[in-house]
Write a protein that binds this ligand. Structure first.
Ligand code: ATP
Length: 253
């Protein structure tokens, strides 16, 4: 199993401090309504980065633009040195970016196994796909027991495990997770975030989007605060948790 794990993810490279994703002056609009304004954001290879902010701040819009589901109005999105802004979602997945969407978006009438296989649909390396499935099941023993169940019959926590597993089946070097905590009990959220930390330690860079600012910053190395489409603050998680503006606006302190 150890072999699967090391083979299924890129090697951690956090010590070099190199940038895996660099976003510059990104502007995104829905028709005439602009939602992101000159957003600059960098993700370092090997880190867990939290993007936090309240409802409607533009977090989902940013992830969807990175993963190619939305086209930016202007700006650059460099991933591993390649400008991916406005590219097709399929191409971006192929480049190593996986997106676990808000609300999981599983196919409820398909089995857990089929949902996981969908994550690897762009890949041709059958033996490695099988090894990666084993890796995902080793991370989530609960879903190993439910492989042949319909995804729609699972609990919310189990569905989130399948959604994360589906993302990992794309063999991403960057895994983006939108609102992991949505509708889940605190103990389940903690369990999932510990698994995310394991995935990160084994080499996958993580970008998490959360409304639960405290939880996100407790697990992340660094964070960005987005407010009405603008980045208003960035720093290490420790610094953000101590910042008066964060305390007042998001932590109820
Ligand atoms: P949430 O956590 O509620 O999803 P968010 O920070 O992810 O919040 P977005 O979902 O990106 O925010 O929404 C940002 C803004 O864009 C909101 O004002 C929202 O109403 C608007 N918006 C989102 N999707 C669309 C859409 N498809 N068409 C028009 N406006 C949209």
């Amino acid at each position: 199993m150890a072999e699967n794990k090391s083979a299924s993810v890129a090697k951690p490279d956090s010590k070099t401090g190199d940038t895996i994703l660099k976003i510059e002056k990104l502007n995104v609009a829905y028709g005439d309504v602009q939602v992101l304004w000159d957003v600059d954001l960098e993700v370092q290879r090997g880190e867990i980065l939290a993007l936090v902010g309240s409802n409607g701040a533009g977090k989902t819009t940013l992830l969807s633009t990175i993963s190619g589901l939305l086209n930016p109005k202007s700006g650059e999105i460099n991933f591993n040195g390649k400008n991916i802004a406005g590219k097709q979602a399929q191409e971006i997945v192929g480049n190593g970016v996986a997106h676990v969407p808000e609300g999981r978006r599983l196919f409820g009438a398909l089995s857990v196994r089929e949902n996981l296989q969908i994550g690897a649909y762009k890949r041709k390396d059958k033996a490695q796909i099988a090894a990666d499935l084993e890796y995902v099941l080793s991370l989530f023993p609960r879903i190993k027991e439910r492989l042949n169940s319909l995804a729609g019959k699972l609990s919310g926590g189990e569905q989130q495990m399948v959604a994360i597993g589906r993302g990992l089946m794309a063999r991403p070097s960057l895994l983006m997770i939108d609102e992991l905590s949505l509708g889940l009990a605190p103990v389940i959220i903690e369990n999932l975030l510990e698994i995310i930390q394991t995935v990160n330690r084994e080499g996958t860079t993580i970008l998490i989007v959360e409304q639960d600012v405290q939880t996100a910053l407790e697990y992340a190395n660094r964070g960005y605060v987005l407010e009405t489409g603008h980045v208003i603050l960035t720093g290490t998680s420790a610094n953000l948790l101590e910042d008066d503006r964060v305390k007042k606006a998001y932590l109820g302190l």
